[in-house]
Design a protein around this ligand. Structure first.
Ligand code: ZN
Length: 341
């Protein structure tokens, strides 16, 4: 009995000694006025204060500042369920968070509009007879027209942003070539590009109709971080950085998709069906290294809807709705400094 009491006293003494070299994570977050996001898959935490982020991994002898700079520090550990930060590491974190933020603003630098198909590839294409006249409705023409209206409106609203069309006439561009146009636009650390691909639907069911907005399935992995930009010492952290970027883009894409869907619903929800948000592995947006979505404007295979898609008034209505959604997203992203505040 006496022995075990001695042992417990000894153990408490040891823990006190050990713990005086460490700060418990929750107390540290309170002291810093920071928050943390935890990634269970990677056993990785992100400390967030204003626009700054620090990534750490339990047991790893480094932390990463703003997804870019790796600093070697004594590893953060987990003991009896508590996460403990070594004093030396805590000092580095404090110093980084307390310096004036380098990012005082965040902006959407470019909006890329991608009208699907074109040239030899018409996409969905149907010919209807109306009052003895034959009317051909091709997806490539519908999406080009909406894209042009959208381009005009966005260029007017945002003279300081790059607004780009992947094609502005009836030409063919490969699926890989499209996101490349967006990936090539240079951006700074505090700038984003958004990518919007426009398509029209077709179905064997001639009654199918309505609009839907797609985003890339979160489990699809893209190579978002250029390995060449990192030296050998940094290579071990690439998968972590990549996953974090991936999560950020997915999150932003979902918000963008939702803003556009809501706006389409408000504008034409009473005229056709709202088929909702969808998740997929679309090739067209798969290679875009940015928040990217795909809009299906309506069904060319449905006669009534195809004739609407051939109607300038309806196409303008569609463009206006997409424009409203893009503006609402852009405003939110910029105001919240990329949802970090
Ligand atoms: Zn298409």
């Amino acid at each position: 009995m006496k022995k075990s009491i001695c042992f417990i006293v000894f153990l408490c003494f040891c823990l006190t000694v050990v713990n005086s070299d460490y700060i418990e994570l929750r107390a540290f977050l309170d002291e810093l006025d920071a928050v943390m996001e935890w990634d269970y898959m990677l056993d990785t935490g992100v400390l967030i204060k204003n626009t700054d982020r620090i990534v750490f991994k339990i047991g790893a002898p480094w932390i990463i500042l703003n997804y870019h700079k790796k600093v070697n520090t004594p590893g953060i550990i987990r003991q009896q369920g508590a996460v403990l930060i070594p004093q030396q590491t805590a000092e580095v974190i404090k110093e980084f968070f307390n310096k004036p933020s380098q990012i005082s603003y965040y902006r959407v630098a470019a909006i890329v509009i991608d009208p699907g198909h074109g040239g030899k590839d018409p996409g969905a294409c149907y010919t209807y007879s109306v009052g003895g006249k034959s009317i051909k409705v091709a997806e490539k023409d519908v999406v080009l027209q909406v894209s042009k209206y959208l381009y005009e409106m966005l260029s007017k609203k945002y003279p300081n942003k790059i607004i780009k069309l992947t094609r502005d006439n009836d030409t063919f561009i490969s699926l890989e070539g499209r996101p490349e146009i967006a990936n090539k636009i240079p951006t700074k650390a505090n700038e984003a590009i958004i990518y919007i691909s426009l398509h029209a639907n077709a179905s064997a069911n001639k009654k199918a109709r309505g609009f839907e907005v797609w985003y890339l399935t979160p489990t699809h992995r893209r190579e978002l971080i250029e390995p060449a930009a990192y030296d050998d010492e940094h290579k071990e952290i690439l998968p972590i950085l990549n996953t974090m970027k991936e999560e950020e883009y997915t999150w932003e894409s979902v918000i963008l998709a939702k803003d556009i869907l809501d706006s389409l619903n408000a504008s034409i929800g009473n005229m056709t069906e709202n088929r909702g948000l969808k998740e997929g592995r679309w090739v067209v947006v798969r290679k875009a290294k940015m928040p990217s979505i795909l809009i299906e404007l309506g069904f060319v295979s449905n006669k009534e809807e195809a004739l609407e898609l051939n109607n300038e008034y309806y196409l303008k209505k569609l463009s206006q709705a997409i424009y409203n959604g893009v503006c609402s997203f852009t405003e939110k992203l910029e105001k919240s400094k990329a949802f970090m505040e």
